[in-house]
Design a protein around this ligand. Structure first.
Ligand code: BGC
Ligand code: ZN
Length: 367
């Protein structure tokens, strides 16, 4: 079968390659599921892997099949699979268990292992291929009604984890009633996080670098989120005028914003950091002030990566609720379909595209 792969460590090595079609028997205990890939989204992580800044191939293979944002249709199941059957729409989670205690209870997103296994990213092949096989335990079923937007489930799961963890952490307060949230960054993740916070009834301010109006700011308006450009409004200004923010989600990829967010976070507030920043940036920060604000204000900051099965399931529920409450909104995020695995060059080019680009994805097959 055809697959889009890279040679990790070699910049710009994206290519189409012929690989063996996976077999159900590769999964032990009869728990295998063979999935026909329909759509696969790409994001900054794929860009970094192709730039040889991130990612590793499976041991023994000199290449890595890309793609971690999957959507597909079950074609066959092993004898011990009762929860899925041919024809079901599924999305695979990304991380696979390593050895830590967390991995052993199904929370590999919380692993304390030094190396983590992620399909399409680190040490395991991804989904940008005609088929894949995985254990049923790592697949999440979607209702037929979500098939047009199902490719958004993996990025949704990342947003759901961050928000879910924030709420989990805030149980410390017994009576947390968050009113206002700020979402920093308005790419796919920021848009989905804003949506899920709106579904939880919060007032949401989203901030990004681009001057409005543009597609993302208009989409945010449609779900009742106020968009502010950081060019004309600083975070302290936004907080003074529209805050204080009980929850801030930092997802811009610009790490200094984390410390600005710490400064403006409301008393008893929670800051979720979700940007994977590979650089070496250094900044000067008002350490005493931030520390004092955290101490006297009982604030919390935490990091969040990847997602558990529960986060994927919450994602399915929220995507369905979004379709009911804001019909047609999610589909507007799917701005750039690229047809066929053979158009991998266009896929990558579109990913680096400018304004008007939200979700770029490969239409691997119709179905
Ligand atoms: C993926 C996550 C993954 C993270 C770190 C993101 O792009 O969506 O599932 O854990 O990269 O590798
Ligand atoms: Zn990703």
């Amino acid at each position: 079968m055809k697959a889009i792969a890279v040679i990790p460590g070699k910049p710009n090595s994206i290519h189409l390659r012929d690989v063996a079609t996976p077999a159900l028997s590769q999964v032990p205990d009869g728990r295998g599921v063979l999935v026909k890939v329909l759509r696969v989204g790409v994001d900054g992580t794929d860009k970094e892997i192709n730039a040889a800044e991130y990612g590793a191939p499976p041991p023994g293979d000199g290449y890595l099949i890309l793609g971690h944002e999957s959507f597909g249709k079950v074609e066959a199941v092993g004898p011990k699979v009762t929860e899925l059957r041919p024809g079901d729409y599924v999305v695979a989670s990304v991380r696979r268990p390593g050895t830590s205690l967390y991995d052993r209870v199904g929370l590999q997103d919380m692993t304390t292992d030094d190396t983590y296994l992620e399909r399409g990213i680190n040490l395991l092949h991804g989904f940008l291929a005609e088929h894949y096989v995985d254990a049923a335990d790592f697949l999440v079923k979607l209702p037929e009604g979500l098939k047009e937007v199902g490719v958004l489930l993996e990025p949704s799961s990342v947003a759901e984890k961050a928000i879910g963890q924030a709420y989990e952490i805030q149980r410390r307060l017994r009576v947390w009633r968050p009113q206002r949230a700020a979402v920093l960054g308005t790419g796919t993740l920021g848009l989905l996080a804003s949506l899920f916070l709106r579904l939880r009834g919060l007032e949401v301010i989203a901030m990004g670098r681009t001057d409005p109006p543009f597609l993302n700011s208009r989409l945010l308006e449609e779900i009742g989120v106020r968009y502010l450009s950081t060019k004309s409004t600083s975070l302290p200004q936004a907080s003074a005028e529209h805050g204080p923010f009980d929850l801030i989600l930092e997802g811009t990829g610009f790490s200094p914003l984390v410390f600005e967010a710490m400064e403006v976070l409301a008393k008893n507030g929670v800051l979720a950091m979700v940007s994977v920043t590979g650089g070496e940036r250094k900044v000067e920060i008002p350490a005493d002030r931030i520390n004092q604000g955290f101490v006297l204000g009982n604030k919390v900051a935490f990091g969040s990566v990847n997602a558990s099965r529960e986060d994927f399931q919450r994602g399915v529920q929220d995507l369905a609720q979004a379709e009911a409450q804001y019909a047609g909104w999610l589909a507007k995020l799917l701005t750039h379909p690229v047809n066929g695995l053979e158009n991998y060059e266009e896929l990558l080019r579109t990913l680096t595209g400018g304004k008007g680009t939200i979700k770029v994805y490969c239409v691997v097959a119709e179905g």
